[in-house]
Design a protein around this ligand. Structure first.
Ligand SMILES: [Zn+2]
Length: 202
């Protein structure tokens, strides 16, 4: 159980990256998904190939391995920093990711004082979407890097939220030091945020 204070703090660490279909992306870009998150919306390919009965079984078989690949990807991003990843349906921040045919949302959550970050696809199987697998892996990687940045900032400063713009600084830190794709940041950052991240990193 989290205290209200912890929950409030934790909520501000939420990072969500989403991929939406063409129609969904247009609306989502106009209005962020939720008040405590900012989402990166990317259009899926419009051309959907018709699945052949034969390939369906193959897809199912690969589905299991792709889910494992997704988890392995996050783990490999976090492991060098001695950070563990816990996959949950609903994060401690109270958020769920999701997987549908045309939309994938990855949510991350960090709570103070742990060596673990939480990631969520809402319990969905990442194989069950037409969003490209490369895109899903890129999103998972970016969310992981963002959450790991929180952890590293906490280790250095003693606080998960040492500055007011902690989300933006986490993005800046992740891009600067963890190789996060600048196109997949969810909060965005300024030169000042980068300077803050550099000052924290030392
Ligand atoms: Zn965050």
């Amino acid at each position: 159980m989290h205290t209200r204070r912890t929950l409030t703090v934790a909520l501000s660490t939420v990072l969500a990256l989403s991929v939406a279909g063409i129609v969904g992306a247009t609306g989502a870009q106009a209005a962020p998904v939720a008040q405590t998150q900012v989402s990166a919306q990317v259009a899926t390919k419009q051309v959907a190939k018709k699945p052949k009965p034969k390939s369906r079984a193959v897809r199912g078989a690969r589905g299991g391995s792709f889910a494992a690949q997704v988890q392995a990807t996050a783990a490999s991003v976090a492991a060098p920093y001695w950070v563990d990843v816990a996959w949950v349906d609903t994060t401690s921040c109270g958020e769920r990711g999701g997987v549908s045919r045309t939309f994938v949302t990855v949510r991350g959550c960090s709570t103070p004082g742990t060596g673990t970050i939480e990631l969520s696809l809402g319990g969905g199987n990442p194989a069950n979407t037409r969003v490209s697998r490369g895109r899903v892996l890129a999103m998972v990687t970016a969310v992981t890097q963002h959450e790991v940045a929180h952890r590293l900032i906490e280790r250095t400063t003693g606080s998960l939220f040492p500055v007011e713009r902690n989300e933006n600084v986490a993005d800046a830190y992740a891009v600067t030091y963890l190789g996060m794709n600048p196109a997949l940041v969810s909060y965005g950052y300024t030169d000042g945020d980068v300077a803050t991240a550099v000052a924290i990193h030392g």
